[in-house]
Ligand binder design. Sequence first.
Ligand code: GAR
Length: 202
Amino acid sequence: MKKTVSFLVSGRGSNFHAVAEAIIKGEIPATVGIVISDKPGVKALDIARELSIPAFFVNPKEYPTRQDHEKAMADLLKKYHTDLVVTAGYMRLLTPYFVNEFKNRIINIHPALLPSFPGTHAQKQALDYGVKISGCTTHFIDEGTDSGPIILQKAVPVYDDDTEDTLSARILKEEHQILIESVKLFCQDKLKVNGRKVLIVR
Ligand code: GAR
């Protein structure tokens, strides 16, 4: 049976858009579930509505604890029979509660070659450090910050005249590709998590 893929977002939503389109076009054997944002009025929610995907703003300020907020999100995700959660530019750390509810079923996209430059502003961290190569990583979310088992990575060059914007744009193109590929592999049951390693069953 086809898996249902839902998304957590906080902003622009280009990664969500790329994956949702790949599902809609039949390039990924899956069904799109829902989109949940922790911010109101963001572009990702507009894209979801344009694509007729159920879209929700779940306001963290309305809940006494982080876990209560996540419980509200988990309830919605389950109501829509979500098999895989994709955190696509979701800028909030998930608690162990949520990670365990969807154990090895949350894929994150990060704009650096992990374990280098975790957390926020990864592209600026890479530029400030002076690396010659950066890139992006998809990984399953565990209880740490960007520390879960790595699925795919793609490297891009860093040029002397790069700004945060030019480097981010070069990385973003590759993010869309490896996120689509990672979700596809998951939906084809081709990802096996073995400790820190993700084996791709071909
Ligand atoms: C992407 O570059 C994503 O990798 C990054 O935020 C951007 C969201 O763009 N995520 C993180 O930095 C998470 N730590 P998008 O909303 O257009 O997909």
